[in-house]
Design a protein around this ligand. Structure first.
Ligand code: BEZ
Length: 228
């Protein structure tokens, strides 16, 4: 991925890579990643700027869902290239003044990284120069307890993220890791899951002929495990 400037190369870690390590100041004090989050899933996400409307709706939504994420052993960490003073003033304004979709007095308790130097943003490819050289895009990195990047989402500045989808991704990844299954399109927790072709379902013929009550196949390459 090259920018217009031939000298400057855009780099980003990819799915399956170890997440880059960093130390940063946040609204909750200094953090060392990944050391401080051993054994936890982490959602590291960036937003373009404090005191902007879409970002405000995103922070209110994410903060309101924080308990759900904690139950899934997930730590949320936000980032923008604003200063700590700006972060603190913005989060205070959100808590004291903003009411949106029934959410009010929303306290953002998860750390928000100040990254004026763009040190962390550049390590994660959050500054995409043909979009903006001064603001991060809306990036989401889902990082597992071994600090491996498992999902990457990028949204443009104009589009607020779907936080139910981010939660669904975490649930699907955790289930896939635990049960060696895969999840089909638009899967929701409780729905049938897919037995991966190279998995424990045996040969193609076995899979088609398997009459177990918990499995069924639509074709030799497409077997499901019943969840109900
Ligand atoms: C917003 O969060 O509202 C926003 C931020 C940057 C560009 C456009 C919208």
């Amino acid at each position: 991925m090259e920018t217009n400037n031939e000298e400057q190369k855009f780099t980003m870690p990819l799915i399956g890579d170890k997440a880059p390590s960093f130390t940063a100041n946040t609204t909750q004090g200094q953090i060392n990643f990944p050391e401080d989050y051993k054994g936890k899933w982490v959602i590291l996400f960036s937003h373009p700027a404090d005191f902007t409307p879409v970002c405000t709706t995103e922070f209110m939504t994410f903060a309101t869902m924080e308990e759900d994420f904690k139950k899934l052993n997930v730590q949320l960490i936000g980032l923008s290239v604003d200063s700590l003073y700006s972060h603190i003033a913005w989060l205070r304004t959100i808590q004291e003044k903003i009411e949106y979709k029934g959410m009010k007095n929303v306290e953002v308790k998860f750390p928000l990284i100040e990254d004026i130097s763009m040190n962390v943003a550049n390590k994660f490819g959050m500054i995409q120069p043909n979009s903006s050289t001064t603001q991060a895009v809306r990036a989401v990195f889902v990082i597992d307890p071994k600090a491996t990047i498992r999902t990457i989402l990028y949204y443009p500045a104009s589009t607020g993220r779907n936080f139910d989808e981010i939660k669904r991704i975490i649930i699907a990844l955790q289930k896939a890791d635990k049960e060696q299954i895969a999840t089909p399109a638009d899967w929701r927790p409780g729905e049938d899951v897919i037995i991966p072709p190279a998995g424990s379902c045996g040969t193609a013929k076995d899979r088609m002929e398997y009459k177990g009550e918990d499995r069924y196949c639509l074709d030799w390459f497409m077997c499901f495990k019943k969840e109900k």
